[in-house]
Structure formats: C-alpha cells, structure tokens
Write a new protein. Structure first.
Length: 459
C-alpha cells in the first residue's frame, strides 16, 4: 500500500498482547501504509482520509501475526520418516538423506514450509539451515527467495556443522563444512542478505547447529563473528538427556555451562528446545536474557521431554514458539503449537497452573518477537508497530459456542484464517495464500521428495 492509504478493520474482538494484555470485545484497527495507525474499542473514527478498504470483521478475533522462532525448512521433503526414533537415532537415520539435498530441493521444501505456516497465521518465520553439501548450489539464497515470494517476514539462521563422525559427532563426514569454510560462508551470507532496518523483511543470524555437530572453535568464533557483524546467534541446546551426557563426557560440564564458556549466553542469543534445564541453567538464561524457542510437538515426537516453560517465564527468560523441522513435526503449523504448548506443559510439575490461553498466545506472538530481537516492531498490536496481524474466524461450528475468543483460538480446533497481513500487505484470504499457488507448491514438494528419496537410495 502507499504510505498514506488506509485499511479499516471493524466489529472484531481484538487481543493486542501488549504489556497490559489489552483486549477489546468489539473494536477497530486502522492500518496506514505498513503500520498500525490506531486501534481501540467500538467503530473507527469518522473522517479518515484515503481509506481504500473497509473490512467488517464480525465474528473474528484479531491478533498479532504468529512468530515462528525455530524451523528447518529442508525437512519438508523428508516428512514421515523414522517416526519411532529418539533424537540421536533419528539424526543418524536421516543425515545420510539430508546430505543429498540441493538447491532445487531446498527451494521447494522452503516453499512448502512457508506456505503451510503462512496460511495458518504466521507472519514472521525463521529457518535454521545447517546442511550444505558440496556442490549443492545457493541454498541460503533459495530459502530467502522462497520467503520473499511467500510474503512473510523472515530470519535465516545460517547454520553450520564441522564435527562429523570421525570427530565423534553424528553427521556423516561428507555432510559437514570446514571451520574456516563455515565461518567464511556465514559472513558472506550476512553481508549479502541481512537488513538491520526497521521493518526489514530479511534478516540473518549466525547459527552453528548443536554441541554434538560443531567444534568448540566454531561456536566460539561464530559468536565473535555474529557480534562483530551485529547480528543474533542461534543454536540447539539442552534438547535431550543424551545431549547432556555427551557434553559431560566431552567437555566435562553440562550444556549451559559449556555454552557460557564459548560466549553463547546473552540477550542476542536464542536456543531451540532447552528441555533439560536445571534451576541454575534457568537462572543463567534469565540473568543473561538468553531466549528459548519452545517446540512442544517436536519435543513430544522425539520423546525429548517436557521443557520447564512456566519456570522459565517466572524467572524472566524470553520464550517463543517454534514448529521445528517437519521431519519431527509433520504438520508444520505454528497455530497448533499454541494449544500443544498449553496442554503438554500441564503434564509437567505445575499441572493445570502451568499455562493459560493468554500466556500461550503471548508465546506465539510477543514472546517470539522478543526471541528474534524484534519486539519493538512486531509481536503486539500497538500504534506505530508494523501491521503484521491475523483475522481468525471464530463464528463457525468449530468455535461459535465458546464465549471467550482467546480461549476459542487456543483451546479449540485450528481456526480458519480469513485474512493475514504482513506490513499492511494481505498474504492470505479465506485460508488460501494470495502470494503463491498452493497446488503448484504441493506438486513441487512431492516431486522433490521423490527425487531426494531416489538419490539417497542410489547412494
């Protein structure tokens, strides 16, 4: 939209997810250009100029767009494999296949991952891509291109691995980069693609994969590189008991202490999973404002355990939600993680007091924005913030008898998305993407999944 053009949304329930959790049972929201101009109770003010569209959102709840804080897009073309494995066995089973991906496969998989999230209310996505086979093409560029075409705000976490089987790691020897090669390629990706400006559509983070697939030097030098370039840091941490044992055996300390020794705690860092955290680990994350990407469905799929999310939140740890790769969360949808985060955490020590509906919504919106370092721009509906928002339809059979709209969204079935906006541009209408052809993407992902399976079988 032009900078002075307005869209008016009226007659809807609004959950702002601001600092006061302000809500309007029936309210309005005005978009001008790419930002939220105003919002409040009742109808929009009279006399607004340059209104190009009015939306009667009766029967809808408007929320901030969902923010995905952890994913592996390439896994879209290896869904449904190794379904009865724990994390380490799952990785060993799939690494030989993943090590055969190329640019065409990565692009198709990114399209599939992004399309599934976007049509389900995600307006900001991230991809932790760490598999770079030799001669596979421009994998980072292909993922960024897919995100640009889908229309979502995007963070590429440029991953890397340099600890292979011969060094005591899990990836095959041919699936890793050298230390110097990984650092150089990561730096080049940041310099080519990272946009630090307000409202940026593409940002890049430095993201060595995990303690059991990267060397200590890659972690240490990766942290130095990120801070020299002024970008964020991301990795996997404390996902399984096996990882904790691995760190004690190899480094003589647990994952959190190991990360701190390599410069990997800080307000510019976020880690995926963080399932096996003791009190001192949580205190260290709170003290340093290190963020967490909570992935409840993947944690359950791989039998990793229940993360102590209520304790993290109580301590002041920033926590967002993640889909994780779709080889360990085949649905690939973030809006179902609102419900799963609430339900799975209630199986833990805090039981029914673990999380409520509004806390779950905050994890998927403002919490995610905090974790990605973008809470001044997105994550809540406030005047001056970017117009990244979703209209959820709650007046159908699935939700109409639930009086509270936030409860309906979180506890109920996956709600249809009538409209989704990113920076004031609509990308979803009536549960269908406006930016890409979903059917063509489905065909492409199936073709590339079959192609990868053939290549892996021949190898």
């Amino acid at each position: 939209m032009a900078a002075d053009q307005r869209i008016v949304i009226e007659n809807c329930a609004i959950a702002t997810v601001d600092a006061n959790d302000t809500e309007y049972p029936s309210g309005h929201l005005v978009i001008v250009g790419n930002r939220i101009e105003s919002l409040g109770a009742g109808r929009a003010p009279e006399g607004l100029e340059n209104v190009v569209r009015r939306i009667d959102a009766t029967g809808h709840l408007v929320t901030p767009g969902l923010v995905n804080t952890h994913h592996h897009f390439y896994q879209w073309i290896t869904r449904g494999l190794a379904t009865d494995h724990n994390l380490f066995n799952w990785l060993v089973a799939l690494y030989p296949t993943w090590a055969r991906i190329d640019e065409r496969m990565t692009y198709a998989a990114a399209q599939g991952s992004l399309a599934m999230m976007a049509r389900g209310g995600v307006t900001t996505a991230m991809d932790h891509h760490y598999v770079f086979p030799h001669g596979s093409g421009d994998l980072s560029g292909s993922v960024i291109r897919a995100a640009r075409e889908t229309g979502v705000r995007f963070t590429l976490a440029r991953g890397s691995m340099d600890r292979s089987e011969k060094d005591g790691g899990l990836p095959p020897d041919f699936a890793v980069e050298t230390l110097d090669g990984a650092l150089a390629a990561t730096e080049a990706t940041v310099k080519e693609h990272h946009d630090a400006s307000f409202g940026a559509m593409t940002q890049v983070a430095v993201a060595p994969c995990s303690p059991f697939s990267v060397s200590t030097e890659l972690l240490r030098q990766g942290a130095e590189l990120a801070r020299n370039l002024g970008v964020r840091l991301h990795t996997h941490g404390s996902e399984t008991v096996e990882e904790e044992q691995f760190c004690h055996e190899l480094f003589g300390m647990g994952p959190t202490d190991y990360f701190e020794s390599t410069g990997w705690l800080g307000e510019d860092v976020w880690m995926a999973h963080c399932v096996h955290m003791n009190d001192s680990d949580i205190a260290a994350f709170a003290r340093t404002r290190t963020g967490v990407a909570h992935c409840p469905s993947s944690n359950a799929r791989l039998a990793a355990g229940i993360a102590r999310v209520p304790d993290m939140l109580a301590a002041g740890v920033p926590v967002g939600l993640g889909v994780d790769g779709t080889a360990s969360n085949e649905s690939g949808e973030l809006h179902t993680e609102l419900r799963n985060a609430l339900l799975i955490n209630r199986l833990g020590a805090h039981r029914e007091a673990a999380l409520n509906a509004r806390q779950a919504l905050r994890l998927g919106t403002y919490g995610g924005a905090q974790v990605l370092g973008r809470s001044a721009e997105i994550g809540s509906l406030e005047a001056g913030k970017l117009a990244d928002l979703v209209l959820w339809k709650l007046d159908t059979l699935a939700h109409a008898s639930i009086a509270d709209p936030v409860t309906a969204l979180v506890f109920g079935a996956a709600a249809p998305v009538t409209a989704s906006f990113v920076g004031g541009e609509q990308i979803v209408e009536n549960n269908r993407l406006l930016t890409v052809d979903e059917d063509a993407v489905a065909r492409s992902t199936r073709e590339q999944a079959q192609r990868l399976a053939r290549i892996a079988a021949q190898s």
